[in-house]
Design a protein around this ligand. Structure first.
Ligand code: ZN
Length: 373
């Protein structure tokens, strides 16, 4: 226990040094690279940014006709909605999507963004797929994110696993959708893919997914959305390992941290530098060892996988440099979660001088402990 506290203190010190300008780390070897440090001055770097967040599907308390035919964005029609999958553990997809979205919403708002949700709760109706796309377009969001989880069978699938991002098969008939999703939308999806890999997730090995990305012509949302869209399938609810992560509060926070990382990178102007993308089933070696979280990672004996440390992203602008600091902080948060679990995070929420990250951890734990409804 004492060792745990010492480790926690070291990580806290490096987070402090990273996020609070002018505060030295307890151990000089954990000090952050100085060029980017000035970017930490703004605790709400997403101020002025709007994110449209769409937790896929809806609760069961409604009397809508799901098979009502709506615009599919390609000159045809398709069902207004579907109920979504149920994971191996028996958790409905709409609830997984909702829980992760609440954690993402809280994180983005803590960082200053305005978040517009597609549905108000996890109990009732949330709109047809075309209505949600229209709501995203009307919100004027800088980024829209649809949050989903997949399934492959009604029983257990031990083989197919991993996350993927759905992008619309091009061209899309609507000129504006085509212009946006073929450029910024694709870029945002690639950044989300990269964030997922850096946060310790594996890209899907099924359904024609290439490097974490799947092109689809039968999904209406991406063909109807005129703001950059990330459509994430977090994992395969039919796969025992994926389902265990999707179903648990800790796993849902793990997904949320990855999603926030990808969103921050996109919103703050980081560009994807993955001309050669990693293989779909391979976690790429990281460019440089992290200077922020090695203590926690190396001392744990209970975790099976450790998220990859933050990599040194090429930063072209001060804003992108600050995004790098934030994503390193999120990577540290991911490591803390992996190492100490949800209960262990509480120590960090109350630690002194953790600035925006203490606030973030505290708020995330608040979301998790709130009554579900
Ligand atoms: Zn879904």
């Amino acid at each position: 226990m004492k060792k745990t506290l010492v480790t926690a203190g070291l990580v806290a010190a490096s987070l402090t040094a990273m996020l609070v300008p002018g505060v030295a780390a307890a151990d000089p070897t954990t000090a952050p690279a100085t060029p980017a440090a000035e970017g930490a001055a703004n605790p709400t770097p997403l101020t002025g940014k709007t994110v449209f967040l769409d937790p896929g599907h809806q609760g069961t308390n409604h009397s809508e006709n799901l098979s009502r035919q709506v615009d599919d964005g390609r000159g045809g029609k398709k069902d207004c909605q579907t109920t979504g999958m149920t994971s191996l553990g028996g958790v409905p997809e709409h609830t997984i999507n909702w829980n992760v979205s609440q954690l993402v919403k809280t994180s983005l708002e803590t960082l200053g963004a305005k978040v517009v949700l597609s549905r108000a709760d996890d109990s009732g109706w949330g709109g047809c797929v075309d209505e949600r796309a229209q709501a995203a377009n009307k919100s004027g969001a800088d980024l829209a994110m649809s949050i989903h989880a997949d399934s492959t069978t009604t029983g257990a699938d031990d083989k197919d696993h991993g996350f993927h991002l759905i992008v619309p098969t091009l061209p899309v008939p609507d000129a504006k959708v085509q212009a946006v999703q073929s450029t910024t939308g694709l870029e945002a999806s690639k950044l989300m893919r990269d964030a997922y890999v850096k946060n310790g997730f594996t890209a899907a090995n099924y359904a024609g997914v290439v490097d974490g990305i799947q092109s689809r012509s039968d999904i209406a949302g991406p063909a109807l959305t005129t703001v950059p869209l990330v459509f994430v399938e977090m994992g395969n609810g039919s796969n025992p390992d994926d389902a265990a992560v999707l179903d648990s509060q800790q796993g849902q926070l793990k997904h949320a941290i990855a999603i926030v990382t990808g969103a921050v990178n996109y919103l703050m102007g980081v560009t994807s530098n993955t001309a050669t993308t990693p293989a779909a089933t391979t976690t790429p070696a990281t460019a440089a060892p992290s200077t922020t979280a090695p203590a926690a990672a190396t001392e744990t004996t209970t975790t099976t996988t450790t998220p990859a440390p933050a990599t040194t992203t090429t930063t072209a602008t001060p804003e992108a440099a600050q995004a790098n600091i934030i994503t390193q902080g999120l990577a540290t948060l991911q490591t803390l979660l992996q190492t100490f679990g949800l209960d262990g995070l509480k120590d960090f929420a109350t630690a002194e001088n953790l600035g925006v990250f203490a606030e973030l951890i505290s708020k995330l734990l608040g979301v998790i402990s709130a009554p579900q409804g």
